[in-house]
Design a protein around this ligand. Structure first.
Ligand code: MRU
Length: 345
């Protein structure tokens, strides 16, 4: 199946006509599938901050296309890079994607010579490579992960680590998808994922489009499902994997890992190697983004807490490597220390 035949369009792409970075506007899902065209780097930054686009690999591609946009429309590329990277601190793919496109742009010389040598074209070609590689990596890690699942596996997933969190196919959902394509008939428990409901809004929508049986549950239902023997494994994505294997992912992930260990259930993390950050030694060094309190005091824009209540909203938490059964990458299962794993790939 080619990426173009995918029932879910690419999350991030390039519109050469305008020019623009074209995003699926994830704030509109599941109600409607709409696209958002960003024609300036500021518009890209606003889209990232407002979660119109989110998910680590999708942010990587958006960052790369953001640099291509800056170069194409004559914005200051260095300033654009700083602005894009500053939007969200936790997903390492964002800075990684920006840096790849900036390096391709810089490689074409300096100043006016760079324009003549096709600096903008170089940045765009690199952004397209980042996007294409993402889909290929996810298919590869999906196949590697699917081999771990038995027939009819009941998989619990958290947040959205699907096509919408990437350019296409998905990481954690990619594993489930590859198992379905292999005829293994997986079934999915979808955590709703408070506060902003990526599971309910996005993962449930994707699985419905893919025809994979899924049941939505409140996050707090996971413990009881595990105790009742109704979960065979947990598979989540990652925003940053430290060199020692500690994993930052959507808030609530750590709790699931603790629960999985208590119940003797495998806890898998699926992520491309672009999410591994060797510059971060361990989870303690990962910056966890703090998001607006309103995401907690409201649900879908409706206030559910008293005025003036104090709320804290960490967007991610860190799961220690000791609780991770396997890290599934496009190069197979990775075992810490990850520096050795990466140098062997
Ligand atoms: O705040 P979000 O929606 O960007 O958080 C996304 C996640 O935590 C995903 O699980 C992670 O980025 C992996 S996506 C393949």
């Amino acid at each position: 199946v080619s990426a173009d035949a995918d029932p879910i369009p690419r999350t991030v792409s390039w519109d050469a006509e305008r020019p623009a970075v074209r995003l699926i506007d994830q704030r509109r899902l599941p109600g409607s599938l709409e696209f958002l065209d960003c024609r300036t780097v500021d518009e890209v930054c606003v889209a990232i901050l407002g979660l119109a686009v989110r998910g680590a690999p999708a942010l990587g591609a958006t960052g790369a296309y953001g640099i291509a946009l800056a170069a194409a429309v004559g914005e200051d590329v260095e300033r654009a890079a700083a602005a894009l990277v500053a939007t969200r601190p936790t997903a390492v793919n964002l800075a990684w994607g920006v840096q790849r496109a900036v390096a391709a742009w810089s490689a074409r010389g300096t100043g006016a010579a760079r324009a003549l040598a096709g600096g903008a074209a170089g940045a765009l070609a690199e952004a397209e490579r980042v996007a294409d590689e993402d889909v290929a990596c996810n298919r590869a890690l999906g196949a590697a992960g699917a081999a771990l699942l038995g027939d009819g596996a009941r998989v619990l997933t958290h947040c959205n680590a699907g096509s919408l969190a990437c350019v296409g196919y998905g990481t954690a959902v990619g594993v489930i998808r590859a198992a379905a394509e292999a005829g293994k008939g997986p079934r999915v428990w979808v955590d709703e994922t408070r506060p902003v409901l990526q599971g309910a809004r996005l993962t449930a929508w994707e699985l419905d489009r893919l025809g994979i049986p899924a049941t939505l549950v409140a996050d707090v239902a996971a413990a009881g499902l595990m105790a009742a023997g109704e979960v065979d494994c947990v598979i989540v994505g990652a925003d940053r994997v430290a060199a020692n294997g500690d994993v930052a992912n959507k808030v609530g992930t750590y709790g699931l890992a603790v629960l999985a260990r208590h119940h003797g259930i495998p806890f898998y993390v699926a992520a491309p190697t672009s999410t591994i950050d060797l510059a971060t030694p361990d989870g303690a060094a990962i910056v966890v983004e703090q998001r607006p309190a309103e995401e907690v005091t409201t649900i879908a824009g409706v206030r559910v807490a008293p005025d003036g209540v104090v709320a804290r909203n960490p967007a991610f938490d860190v799961t220690p490597t000791s609780l991770v059964t396997a890290l599934i990458t496009e190069h197979g299962l990775a075992t810490p220390p990850l520096r050795s794993f990466l140098s062997a790939t």
